[in-house]
Design a protein around this ligand. Sequence first.
Ligand code: 8YV
Length: 319
Amino acid sequence: MKPVILVTRRLPDAVEERLRRDYDARLNPEDVLYSPDELIERAKDVDAILPCHTEKFSAEVIARLPARVRAIANFSVGYDHVDIQAAKARGLIVTNTPEVLSDATAELTIMLMLGAARRASEGERLVRTRAWKDWNPRFMLGTQVTGKRLGILGFGRIGQVVARRARGFDMEIHYHDVRKMAPEQEGGAIFHPTPEELMPHCDFLTLHCVSSPETLRLLNAERIALLPDGAIVINASRGAVVDDEALIAALKSGKLTAAGLDVYTNEPDIHPEYRELPNVFLMPHIASATKETRDAMGFRALDNLDAIFAGREPRDRVA
Ligand code: 8YV
């Protein structure tokens, strides 16, 4: 008998093909977003769940999962949507999909940086709405990226790829993480032992830390005040690491020149003021959305399930 897998969202064709081949897969062809109650109902007679970050596994949901469910194999690197302590307490195996999305996420981060610096939203809107009437030497002046200082808060896999790509723009890389990295990982990047010490060195600041109680609203009004005047903030990690009110106030006052955002608190119902600000470049949580990466994320989640059902330790176990 093949293990039964509940797949909460419609996944790439190649991933669903492999799921159908190797498992008794309960797919979601209509891609309906399940409520917690539906999720629990559908988890009946299931051996494992393959969810996305759109399904929240709170302590309460985990407590109500049928006893047969052994594992949650996430289709995501972030796992802040799963209460890890509750999962551990119940003996649930939880896995994620690291590495395979670092390049795609770094690409989008560079796009956010360029888009925010060079006013991509404003420019595009001008052209599309026929509001573009003329040209003059002072028209649409932006911020040059080349040669500037880039601060990276969270220097893990994604942060390190961002640093490598940013070096193509001759940027000087500064970073903060909970520990100083080995020289081969740093590649010349300058370590700062606290976020506060990093801030004054950031013409651009990009966030790549995990979302956890420790990083909740890490970028707050006090830390924004320590950034150089006119800095640009980029976030492709999780919305929870930014204090929206503080970021919006700084974008309005001119303390910050611009921001480039892919992630938000309460997606897709984001803080409404972001939509009104001309100096933010907004994307709808698509950092990993390339065909290559989404296939690789699915295969990585399946590799983890294969290991679990073969009685081996899955490569990407987080609980
Ligand atoms: C995905 C992500 O879009 O992997 C993550 O943590 O945020 C994105 O790559 C999403 O989480 C898929 O579930």
